[in-house]
Design a protein around this ligand. Structure first.
Ligand code: 3HC
Length: 313
């Protein structure tokens, strides 16, 4: 079959809502887009462990510590599924990690901001995981089987992360004036980066058209951002926090919130590597990788030994 016919069949399958599986024919551009997006997503999960992991020893109670520990472990698991899913496209995990460690690969802009107080852990769960779920529930309906299936379990776990973050913020907001101030301060610092992490505005998003045509992305960056804002503003009001956007207003006609201008200059600067924590995140990740080398070697040696014993038996 020639490429044109295969492309037609591929697109017909997608239009019919069927999944594309690893051994199916796919255009090279589809494979490349998936590797780019899925690996960036995998990197985001494991880099995201760093700012939160930093607070495990400083959690204010045993309950909070156990919850945060579980959350950070969940993120490691998400990284694992996503690297495995990316490998189904014929790329090796070590190659992807090399791209991350050398600074060639992107990961979510959001993890280049510092976590200054305990309230930041609440803000991350509520806002960052909240924004991630908005995006990922849409991705769970996407066309590539291994990616969309990974999203189902990830979204369930992110939903727990989102609630634990909101609960931290709610408790702080109902606490002493100092605690409420801490919650508001964290909210002020994380609101705009959370809105930006959903990707540049549609007119500045070069990949969206192709990704939406092939149903990798089901909705545009701006559409998901709007949904996130519409859902989060009432949550903030409910716990008595003020959204740090003087221009924010509800439009009765459209039924949506209208927000002030987004600082896209800051966003593009952060994804170029110039955010407050980019250099530290990569340094810490490279160090963590080095420290874990003996575990990988031991696991590989054990697997080889087992395979040899099976062969002899
Ligand atoms: N951070 C860093 N880079 C970003 C970005 C962000 N928040 N948003 C967009 N970019 C990059 C894109 O990767 C692209 O760069 P490239 O072409 O060099 O690869 C460029 O900016 C232009 O953006 P586009 O809108 O054209 O890119 P996409 O169409 O890929 O859309 C996206 C961006 C919405 C983030 C999409 O890639 C996506 O949905 N990715 C999967 C989800 C994901 O990665 N989530 C990470 C969130 S963190 C997380 O889940 C961890 C959890 O613990 C909270």
């Amino acid at each position: 079959m020639d490429d044109k016919k295969q492309l037609e069949q591929f697109e017909a399958k997608i239009a019919a809502g069927l999944k594309i599986e690893p051994k199916d024919w796919m255009p090279e551009a589809y494979r490349k887009q998936l590797i780019r997006m899925m690996s960036q997503h995998a990197h985001s999960e494991i880099v995201g462990m760093l700012p939160e992991g930093n607070w495990i020893t400083r959690a204010p109670s045993l309950r909070r510590k156990a919850i945060l520990l579980a959350k950070v472990q969940d993120e490691a698991g998400h990284g694992l599924y996503l690297y495995s899913a990316t490998e189904t496209l014929g790329v090796d995990r070590s190659e992807l990690l090399e791209q991350l460690h050398s600074g060639k690969a992107k990961y979510s802009s959001i993890f280049n901001y510092p976590t200054l107080t305990w309230a930041d852990i609440g803000a991350i769960g509520w806002l960052v995981d909240g924004a991630a779920i908005m995006n990922q529930t849409a991705l769970a309906r996407g066309s590539y089987g291994p990616y969309s299936r990974a999203m189902v379990k990830i979204c369930k776990e992110e939903s727990f992360h989102n609630r634990q973050g909101y609960e931290i913020m709610m408790n702080l907001a109902q606490g002493t004036p100092e605690q409420k101030e801490m919650a508001q301060d964290a909210f002020n610092r994380w609101w705009w980066p959370s809105i930006m992490m959903l990707g540049p505005s549609d007119d500045k998003s070069p990949n969206s058209d192709q990704l939406m045509r092939w149903k990798v992305k089901m909705e545009s960056n701006d559409a998901i951002r709007q949904r996130f804002i519409d859902r989060t503003v009432p949550q903030a009001e409910f716990i008595g926090l003020k959204v740090p956007d003087a221009d924010l207003k509800f439009n009765d006609v459209t039924g949506h919130y209208e927000h002030g201008p987004i600082n896209w200059e800051e966003f593009f600067d952060v994804i170029k590597g110039n955010g407050p924590c980019n250099a530290k995140r990569i340094k810490d990740r490279v160090e963590a990788d080095k420290k874990g080398a003996w575990v990988r070697e031991a696991a590989t040696a054990y697997a080889a030994k087992q395979a040899k014993e099976k062969l002899v038996a």
